[in-house]
Design a binder for this molecule. Sequence first.
Ligand code: NJP
Length: 227
Amino acid sequence: MQRVLLITGASSGIGAATARAAAREGYQLVLAARSADKLTALAQELGPENVLACELDVTDMEQQQAMIEQTLETFGRLDAVFANAGQGGSSGGFSGADHRVWREMILTNVYGVGLTLQASLPALKRSKGHVLLTSSAAGRSTIPGSMYSATKWAVTGIGYNLREELRGSGMRVTLIEPGMVDTPFFDEPPETALEARDIANAVIYALSQPAHVDVNEILIRPTPPSD
Ligand code: NJP
């Protein structure tokens, strides 16, 4: 039986790299993001018979519920969800950042994750499934003036609190916490950034563990440059 993995934020970066890695592991995939053209191209690359591409904005509950219905109609089950869609903020700190950018970012990074969980949990409970969440190294450390970091602290909290809600269900919750990764998230990532496939490897590691192993969190940073 092929297992079914749903990935939000699958149109580029970490999500797309994870889709490629999971396809190699034999997963059937549900790929979600707003850019339908990129999702269609990725589905073609990975083999359209094993991929359902869903154009959605994670801040819209009706679209999230429709995606889960389509998943169950297409594949009949859902085994894992990687809630990965996210956006960066605006510079200027709490004193000067663009509050409109904050709004969209907070809705995507926090509310959107909550909606993905609420829409998918009924199906995941039936399969004793696995939830993975993209938090960040920025969700485990202090970054002056960063509302982005605060949204990722919230995602870390969602992971911890969801694990307690699901205690005794046989389900697992994994927080993926990357440092800097070279993706379209940055206009100019630093030279020492990780590659998206480094994070995909961590996701596959967590997914591949036997049912009695719950990988709680993986914090992945680039090795500091040698002198
Ligand atoms: O960046 P990028 P990453 N509804 O821009 C999607 C976190 N992270 O892979 O909708 C639905 O290539 C967007 O697709 P589209 C970061 O916070 C990164 O680096 O088509 N989807 C795209 O597929 C985020 O949570 C670094 O524009 C929405 C994806 O999200 C995750 O990693 C470090 C959406 C973003 O892909 C993936 O980011 C770290 C919406 N409303 C954590 N808004 C890093 N790169 O250094 C966006 O610690 N998307």
